[in-house]
Design a binder for this molecule. Structure first.
Ligand SMILES: Cc1cc2nc3c(=O)[nH]c(=O)nc-3n(C[C@H](O)[C@H](O)[C@H](O)COP(=O)(O)O)c2cc1C
Length: 377
């Protein structure tokens, strides 16, 4: 079914303007009669942030911004789904065109700018899902057993108090989210990345963690993750990790899209478009920043690795650089939905080859080596 959907859809989706293609893909997923996926190999299962994942391959934020198809995405075999970024109030994002496919590089540039239907609409959708998924559960989203669906939250562009936006979204979504990601790393909302600066970040995380503790009384525990940019300097990364550890966040996602443009890019005209670059050209920088983060975190919490995964080997490299879980987005555009099974099969094959029972053995195995390489350029 997935193969068929892919074969039918991909030529059509690639013929469309990228944003129209994406909308059509979401619509197809919403209505496709997808069967339940085959059970994952038990060696892929893991526990992180207090949650149980059937496999470590997630779909990254930005694909299903408004939580229209989280269950369809779980049925495609993802181990978890991150919806969002959601902003408190609806906002249209930047003017179109704002999404560009760099076909020759297998990369994407986007400057969507947090186009979001807003918290009310998304909350209604997720609450309806919660009722269907677990009619008898009152113990909070983490107890559903209906798949891990995290929510990525951001601030409105014109918000007078951006930190208050994050706090409000954690309070509102805790009951329907497996976890919440605090996204301070989108390059497309002017000034947003400034929230990564030490003094501001400390204030943000203090208030966010306070909200996490407050909502836990009614909603049960909701892990809070911090998603960072791959463009931080290493001294800034020292600060960010130090503050994240001191404030006891539950994990980090490394990372978002990059505003840099590797000289290797072949689509030189499109490379000049403003926005964040993702996909294959991001892999070396994303892996370097992941490894740099891993060595600084010292196992205080697990990391999710995102950026440039488009094959089994690139997913394994991400885990070996320090990721307990991985997320994909741009790779799906070029490789199709079969990528999910390809990655899972490659991970099982690696476990068999190395005679290991769990991916834990691979996590961070290459981190020190990656940090010793020349800086990716
Ligand atoms: C079109 C597009 C939209 C995105 N929107 C978001 C978003 O709303 N929030 C977010 O945290 N990341 C967003 N991202 C970043 C992805 O979640 C991911 O971190 C990044 O693309 C690197 O992974 P990839 O190389 O597999 O695409 C977006 C990426 C793309 C390509």
């Amino acid at each position: 079914m997935i193969g068929l959907l892919d074969r039918l859809a991909r030529p059509l989706l690639h013929a469309l303007d990228p944003e129209d293609g994406h909308r059509l893909a979401i619509r197809m997923l919403k209505f496709a009669p997808l069967p339940r996926p085959a059970k994952d190999d038990s060696r892929l299962a893991l526990r992180a942030f207090g949650l149980n994942f059937p496999n470590p391959v997630g779909i990254a934020a930005g694909f299903d911004k408004n939580a229209e198809a989280p269950d369809a995405l779980l049925r495609l075999g993802f181990g978890f789904v991150e919806v969002g970024t959601i902003t408190p109030l609806p906002q249209p994002g930047n003017p179109r065109p704002r999404l560009f496919r760099l076909d020759a590089d297998a990369g994407v540039i986007n400057r969507l700018g947090f186009n979001s239907q807003g918290a009310d609409a998304v909350l209604r959708r997720l609450a309806a899902r919660a009722v269907t998924a677990a009619p008898s559960s009152s113990a909070g989203a983490a107890a559903w057993g209906a798949g891990v669906v995290g929510i990525n939250v951001g601030a409105n562009k014109d918000s007078p108090d951006r930190i208050a936006d994050y706090v409000a979204l954690i309070e509102r979504f805790a009951a329907v989210a497996s976890y919440v990601t605090v996204n301070i790393s989108s390059p497309n909302t002017p000034g947003l990345r400034n929230l990564q600066q030490a003094a501001v970040l400390d204030d943000l995380l203090a208030r966010v963690v306070d909200a996490r503790e407050r909502v836990a009384r009614n909603a049960g525990p909701t892990p809070v993750l911090l998603k960072i940019a791959p463009d931080l300097s290493l001294p800034d990364l020292d600060d960010v990790v130090g503050i994240a550890r001191a404030r006891r966040v539950d994990g980090m996602i490394v990372g978002n899209t990059t505003v840099t443009r590797p000289p290797s890019l072949r689509e030189t005209a499109k490379a000049k478009e403003a926005g964040g670059l993702s996909g294959r050209p991001l892999l070396p920088l994303a892996n370097r920043m992941l490894a740099e983060t891993y060595v600084r975190v010292e196992d205080a919490f697990p990391l999710i690795g995102a950026g440039g995964i488009d094959s089994g080997p690139s997913a394994l490299a991400k885990i070996r650089a320090g990721a307990s879980l991985v997320q994909v987005y741009s790779g799906l555009v070029f490789r199709g939905l079969g990528l999910v099974a390809e990655i899972k099969n490659a991970l099982v094959a690696a476990l068999e080859r190395e005679r290991q029972d769990s991916l834990k053995e691979f996590v961070g195995a290459d981190a020190a080596a990656v940090t010793a390489e020349a800086w990716p350029g």
